[in-house]
Ligand binder design. Structure first.
Ligand SMILES: [Zn+2]
Length: 270
């Protein structure tokens, strides 16, 4: 009897995940237009959405942002990457640079839309304190040189807690709160979840879907395969725990974002 009950609960949970996935596919465009304040009757494509992902190291793009990049590319959105270091912690900078280019190609970001900053004062090092002023200046310069209207980056906990990730959020939060960014640009921060949720794989989807956020992006099995292929491009980083990460991390399947508020006003979560 208990066996039937357990099987019923498991099947119901999987059906629930399937329903969320289908619902997400139907509502993604509407949800993106809503968060970017684009009117419902306008097309969402290359012509009116240009997104920038700001990361700290080669592999951040696929470890943390793969579902978002994959979905945005499927919607024909132009996606750019600004990576603030070459990932030179173990003196593998040039190799990691090449791996990043390969990973981005898998995710749908061409080489011409990748910018990697190789700056001595922004080393790949969790113990290094990246200057908020320097990051702000690099990001602001990049924003001026392009016409992005969607910028996505880490939140104040940096997903993994890496100091370089956190420093990027602080700098972008500073830029946004002081109004040193284009008015028409929406800034989103990737929500950090606790350890249990983080390593609950796709089984975590219902929680991400139901808990409050401004923008939620999911991928199914095809998207997961693409994210995994991008992760495998980072051969120099593929230690055993990275392989476990590919299997168990919910960030391979889902991203949730909050709007980075302008000024001191707190944006309402719905
Ligand atoms: Zn990183």
């Amino acid at each position: 009897m208990y066996v039937y009950l357990v099987v019923f609960v498991i099947l119901s949970y999987l059906v629930c995940i399937r329903y969320i996935y289908l619902q997400h596919r139907r509502t993604l465009v509407k949800s993106l237009k809503c968060v970017m304040k684009i009117s419902a009757d306008r097309e969402l494509n290359n012509a009116n959405v240009t997104a920038l992902i700001v990361t700290a190291h080669p592999d951040d793009e696929c470890m943390f942002f793969a579902p978002t990049i994959i979905r945005l590319r499927e919607l024909n959105v132009s996606v750019h990457l600004l990576c603030l270091s070459e990932g030179n912690y173990y003196n593998q900078g040039p190799e990691r640079h090449r791996e990043l280019v390969s990973s981005c190609a898998v995710l749908g970001i061409p080489n011409s839309r990748i910018t990697i900053i190789d700056e001595e004062k922004l080393p790949d090092d969790p113990k290094a304190e990246w200057s908020t002023a320097l990051i702000s200046s690099v990001v602001a310069k990049h924003l001026r040189a392009h016409t992005f209207n969607l910028v996505l980056t880490f939140d104040g906990s940096g997903v993994s807690g890496h100091a370089n990730h956190v420093a990027i959020y602080k700098a972008i939060r500073h830029l946004v709160s002081t109004g040193e960014v284009p008015n028409e640009c929406t800034f989103l921060s990737l929500v950090t979840v606790g350890l249990l949720r983080k390593y609950f794989s796709f089984l975590e989807l219902p929680l991400s879907w139901l808990l409050p956020s401004h923008f939620c992006v999911l991928v199914g099995s095809q998207g997961y395969k693409q994210a995994k292929a991008a992760m495998l491009c980072h051969g120099s980083q593929l230690l055993w725990f990275r392989r476990l990460y590919i299997v168990f991390s919910r960030y391979m399947f889902v991203n949730t974002f909050l709007v980075i508020p302008r000024g001191p006003k707190i944006t309402k979560i719905y």
